[in-house]
Design a protein around this ligand. Structure first.
Ligand SMILES: [Mg+2]
Length: 190
């Protein structure tokens, strides 16, 4: 079993007639595999105008998005939430292909996330509906919260994230740290 810790930043919102429908759209995604590989991408198709009206996302998520390198950073138009020419910014169709390949090339993959129910649903929506899940992609995500609960640990007893919270890559790396720490706790007590 090879664990893949992942995290998505996303926007959830009401839509449709009378705003009675709900959807989740991808902002960024990161996967960190125990075999040493890492993947990070930002969705260039994210609903920029909607995100701009979402104060929490503007304050907590948008500051971590790629602003380009060197001259790109200096010349980035102020109205852009991220730099479109940054190599980590990709169309969602490309992200879907690359994430599937990342998981499929992992030996016996197990998905892990923190409070991961929304992450799992949005991950699967990269590829369409439930029957469209690519072969080799696990049909569930293990949850760090469930593992902590099983071991009788409270959230504030777990290792705390030092920086980069709500940066998908920093969050995925922290998830890996916490998951490994939980495994050590279990090994120590059993
Ligand atoms: Mg996050």
């Amino acid at each position: 079993m090879t664990a893949i810790d992942y995290d998505l930043e996303f926007i959830e919102y009401r839509t449709g007639w009378f705003r009675k429908r709900y959807t989740i759209e991808l902002i960024s995604i990161a996967l960190v595999s125990d075999d040493g590989r890492t993947y990070y991408a930002v969705n260039r198709d994210m609903p920029v105008r909607r995100i701009r009206r979402h104060k929490w996302l503007m304050d907590n998520v948008v500051p971590h998005l790629p602003k380009g390198h060197g001259d790109q950073r200096i010349h980035m138009p102020k109205r852009w939430l991220f730099h479109y020419a940054d190599e980590r910014v990709k169309p969602q169709t490309q992200i879907a292909r690359e994430v599937a390949a990342f998981i499929q090339t992992t030996d016996d993959p197990a998905l892990w996330a923190n409070y991961g129910a929304y992450d799992h649903v949005r991950l699967c929506w990269l590829w369409g509906l439930m029957p469209d899940l690519p072969p080799g992609v696990p049909m569930f995500t293990n949850d760090i919260q469930q593992e902590a609960r099983r071991l009788g640990l409270r959230w504030d007893e777990l290792p705390q994230q030092e920086s980069g919270e709500h940066n998908a890559l920093a969050d995925a790396r922290h998830n890996q740290t916490v998951r490994r720490w939980l495994a050590e706790q279990e090994a120590r007590t059993s």
